[in-house]
Ligand binder design. Structure first.
Ligand code: XUL
Ligand code: CO
Length: 436
């Protein structure tokens, strides 16, 4: 039985290809800056969107045609879905996938039953991983869907919600370890607030810090060595999410003494919801040694919500790859397509078109970024722009050899600063366009 009879294996055919089921740029074996494309990206398929997304929106029900899925919450349906997922990922050539506990296995009536369901499905996941060599990029627990989490999970006013969430993460850590997951993600689903009049913000933040420490402790106890990641997002579902952007997350991690244990999973549409570019969020996180992984997607600038579209814009992927190359890449993170096909793209084949386009856009972005770097003009400009820091007073300040008094003496003698030079923004934007 095949779920995708019209697709054999997506292959690299080169830039001239007009085959929408072939890669024009993503050649997994091509070496760029010393690594294969496969190693650069570590592409991952998001189980929730690709195998659980129905296409429903606030105005109407799901539209997706998924002939293999009987729509039920049965274990058999869940098992079958895993096989379809691995057929898809194998044909696509994605080396990784990511899931929430509740995507892969149905939630039971009790915690015990949910855990049992998960164990059943983990057996199938494990078999399929062994059969295909596809690996788990990260696991995560869904701490936002069930109504018990309506006030949040670890930041709920209800201590029992914290306890339930802890039990759920405990199990999900065990399962992620069992499947050889290389990371574990915390996205603060409902960890935030709608209204400060009813919220003890300080207490909630303390609880979030406590929760993450408990996770770190338990990982140590069971020998889970995957990288912990926090995924920033400023709003949706709550008005204010505590993990609002990279800077807020890093401040939180530092304040609660967690920075040694966590990095960030940066998502494009979350960056733009926060009023930042993806490039900013990546550069900021990496500058603090906290860039872990990427949730690749894109938002629609005309819509103010998290549309989770597949990335196709070379300019965006070029910006992303410039940062990744600058900081030496992502591993053990990867590029996870936290993206969904549009409600109108309801046929199974659309899942292939979407992922092929996203992988190709990243591969093209990598090649453009590598060409910009090889040429060296941009880097030389930036180096030159900061040359006043390489010698003289700049070097003394950086070396910690200057204080306010010596700086005053320096300026009194000199009279005024050396003339500023143009930032050349337009010229540099034109330079980037030479490569895109
Ligand atoms: C929500 C989101 C999540 C996380 C995993 O906006 O991005 O799917 O990636 O919980
Ligand atoms: Co995400």
């Amino acid at each position: 039985m095949t779920a995708f009879p019209e697709v054999d294996k997506v292959c690299y055919e080169g830039p001239q290809s007009k085959n929408p089921l072939a890669f024009r740029w993503y050649d997994e074996n091509e070496v760029v800056e010393g690594k294969t494309m496969k190693e650069h990206f570590r592409f991952s398929v998001a189980y929730w969107h690709t195998f659980r997304g129905t296409g429903s929106d606030p105005f109407g029900p799901g539209t997706m045609v998924r002939p293999w899925d009987d729509g039920s919450d049965s274990l058999d349906n869940a098992r079958n879905r895993v096989c379809v997922a691995f057929e898809f990922m194998e044909k696509l050539g994605a080396p990784f996938y990511a899931f929430h506990d509740r995507d892969v296995a149905p939630e039971g009536k009790t915690l015990a039953e949910s855990n049992k369901n998960l164990d059943e499905i983990v057996k199938v996941l494990k078999d399929e991983q062994a059969r295909t060599g596809i690996r788990l990029l990260w696991g995560t627990a869904n701490l936002f869907g069930n109504p018990r989490y309506l006030h949040g999970a670890s930041t709920s006013c209800n201590a029992d919600a914290f306890a339930f969430a802890a039990a759920q993460v405990k199990k999900c850590l065990e399962v992620t370890k069992e499947l050889g997951g290389v990371n574990y993600v915390f996205w603060g689903g409902r960890e935030g607030y709608q209204n400060l009049f009813n919220t003890d913000l300080k207490r909630e933040l303390d609880h979030l810090g406590r929760f993450l420490h408990l996770a770190v402790d338990y990982a140590k106890e069971i020998g889970f060595t995957g990288q912990f990641l926090i995924e920033p997002k400023p709003k949706e579902p709550t008005k204010h999410q505590y993990d609002s952007d990279a800077a807020a997350c890093i401040n939180f991690l530092r304040a609660y003494d967690l920075l040694d244990h966590f990095k960030l999973n940066i998502e494009t549409n979350h960056a733009t919801l926060a009023g930042h570019t993806m490039m900013h969020e990546l550069d900021y996180a990496a500058s603090q040694g906290a860039l872990g992984s990427i949730d690749a997607n894109t938002g629609d600038m005309l819509l103010g919500w998290d549309t989770d579209q597949f990335p196709t814009n070379y300019y965006l992927t070029t910006e992303v790859m410039l940062i990744l190359l600058k900081y030496g890449g992502l591993a053990p993170g990867g590029v996870n397509f936290d993206a969904k096909v549009r409600r109108e793209s309801f046929e199974p084949i659309d899942l292939f078109y979407a992922h092929v386009g996203g992988m190709d856009a990243f591969a093209r972005g990598l090649k453009i970024a590598a060409a910009i770097r090889a040429d060296g003009e941009l880097a030389a400009f930036v180096r030159d722009r900061y040359r006043s820091w390489d010698t003289g007073i700049g070097a003394e300040i950086e070396a910690g050899k200057a204080d306010f008094k010596t700086l005053e003496t320096y300026m009194l003698e000199k009279g005024d600063i050396a003339p500023n030079q143009s930032g050349r923004q337009e010229m540099l934007e034109n330079l980037i366009n030479r490569y895109v």
